[in-house]
Design a protein around this ligand. Structure first.
Ligand code: BES
Ligand code: ZN
Ligand code: ZN
Length: 497
């Protein structure tokens, strides 16, 4: 889709639909909406008077122009209370409006909506672009029949001549970030028979080539040499070989690794010998959402070029119960030399992350953020609108939380505490891989904490947020691409001081 900034007057633009915003409790129409209303002979003010439209957040109405405007239709989207309008609410409203217009057969839209509200127009233009691209996302690669709706091929953002350059810059940034998010979504939506560890490595190679990132892919033999016994242990029950992906972005001319982004890449989690129940097991193709998030975020960062050195690490494997599979009671040795007694083979994420976190430290990471669909317990604790977070460094987590807020990705901190450590004591090894059923998200995080030494670290548990059950704002049923935008915002914020 083409998204373009043009200079002009919205009532003179010829589009399939012009999209305008209306605040709740509006008494008198002003600005562009007043001009459109006047051109339509007062149709909008009449609807307002009849209480047919109220401007409630995400309320959608369509009016035909019947030749009174060059554009065929006018779509009015409710923006809710003026003082509550944020870039994220704008993103959501735009996404829903675009989906409705697509369903109604519109193929091109023009808007000046970014002018509304009190946030700065640059952020708002970026939010509009993200709303359009994220909201219209669909995954139809495996459908052999056409969709019920067509495609919106053009989206025009209409502004003043002097604003064009900044608008174009914001459009570019919004596009980079939204396209990276959709790339992450694609990887997660792709079924596990296609998105194998090898395929994740291939996707990373394509991105590395397109965006000039450095790429290293460790295969089994190298993992053995490095002593990644935990990751290799998880892989034992699968026919697909494991891959450990390392993408490097160099924003500074130094050898330092300012930030490591680590993502869980279990391309299918059956639970292994501790087999999962069948209900919703198909969702476990998305157990590589952490890996997809860090890889996709790197593709955006490579374009946004922050002045930092960043690496993304994605340990990838399936977790299947083949004849060679790791069994409850087995002992594995992680890369940092610590031994782990396996109690439940379904607690595999923390095993592969143990090796990945150790490797991040070996590579000299000064800060680490990991993203993982780690525990059903986190989903139960926080629901599906909020990711869980843990840290050994409050300052870093505070930055992650604000980066999330900016992205509209809600993150809530859960505690790490000493007593939970006790639960991970094993009779025959340094640690067990599971603690009590209660506080399961915390014991999983506590397990990871053993592998990061004193390096500032944040763990994000996205088990509740990696997929959406329905279309909601700019989320589309299926993979959400959660944390791609948060990680990008975080990285950009780290360069500011
Ligand atoms: N991948 C799952 C966690 C998960 C569950 C993510 C549902 C998304 C949706 C993880 O590997 C797992 O199975 N965790 C176990 C841990 C338990 C065995 C201690 C869980 O949460 O039940
Ligand atoms: Zn599992
Ligand atoms: Zn898992």
């Amino acid at each position: 889709m083409e998204i373009e900034a043009i200079a002009g007057n919205i009532i003179e633009v010829k589009a399939g639909a012009i999209l305008i915003g209306l605040f709740e409790d509006t008494e008198h129409l002003e600005g562009d909406i007043a001009a459109v209303d006047q051109a339509l002979g007062g149709a909008i003010s009449e609807m307002l008077k009849q209480r047919e439209i109220k401007g409630k957040f995400k309320e959608l109405s369509l009016v035909h122009s019947l030749g009174k405007l060059p554009s065929t239709r006018v779509a009015i989207v409710g923006l809710g209370k003026r003082q509550e309008l944020s870039p994220d609410r704008m993103r959501q409203a735009i996404a829903e409006a675009c989906r409705l217009l697509r369903l109604k057969g519109t193929d091109n839209i023009a808007t000046t909506i970014f002018r509304l509200g009190d946030t700065n127009p640059e952020d708002t233009v970026q939010a509009v672009v993200e709303g359009v691209l994220l909201g219209l996302y669909s995954f139809r690669r495996h459908m052999t029949t056409p969709a019920e709706y067509g495609e919106i091929s053009r989206f025009l953002i209409v502004g003043g001549e002097s604003e064009l350059a900044t608008m174009e810059q914001s459009i570019w940034k919004g596009k980079v970030i939204a396209e990276a998010t959709n790339r992450g979504r694609d990887m997660v939506n792709e079924p596990a028979n296609i998105m194998t560890p090898t395929r994740v490595a291939q996707e990373s190679a394509e991105l590395a080539k397109t965006y000039r990132l450095e790429l290293e892919v460790l295969e089994e033999k190298e993992m053995q040499e490095l002593g990644m016994g935990a990751l290799l242990g998880v892989n034992q029950g699968s026919h697909q070989p494991p891959r450990f992906i390392v993408l490097k972005y160099q924003g500074l001319n130094t050898d330092e690794v300012d930030l490591a982004l680590v993502g869980k890449g279990v391309t299918f989690d059956s639970g292994g010998i501790s087999l999962k129940p069948q209900e919703k097991m198909e969702e476990m193709k998305g157990d590589m959402s952490g890996a997809a998030a860090v890889i996709a975020a790197m593709s955006a960062l490579a374009q946004l070029k922050p002045k930092l050195n960043i690496i993304a690490l994605a340990p990838c494997t399936e977790n299947l119960p083949g004849g060679g599979a790791v069994k409850p009671g087995d002992v594995l040795k992680a890369m940092n030399g610590k031994t782990i007694e396996i109690i439940n083979t379904d607690a595999e994420g923390r095993l592969i992350l143990a090796d990945a976190l150790s490797y991040a430290i070996k590579l000299g990471a000064k800060k680490i953020v990991d993203v993982a669909t780690l525990t059903g317990a986190c989903h139960i604790a926080l629901g599906d609108g909020c990711s869980g977070a843990f840290t050994n460094n409050q300052e870093l987590l505070n930055k992650v939380i604000s980066a999330g807020k900016e992205a509209g990705e809600f993150i809530w901190q859960l505690p790490l505490y000493e007593e939970i450590k006790e639960q991970l004591k094993s009779d025959i090894a340094d640690m067990k891989n599971v603690g009590s059923r209660y506080g399961g998200a915390i014991s999983a995080a506590q397990f990871l904490a053993e592998y990061v030494d004193d390096i500032p670290w944040v763990h994000l548990d996205i088990a509740g947020t990696f997929v959406s059950e329905k279309d909601r704002g700019y989320l589309v049923k299926g993979a959400t691409g959660v944390m791609v935008r948060t990680l990008v915002n975080l990285t950009l914020s780290l360069t500011k001081n």
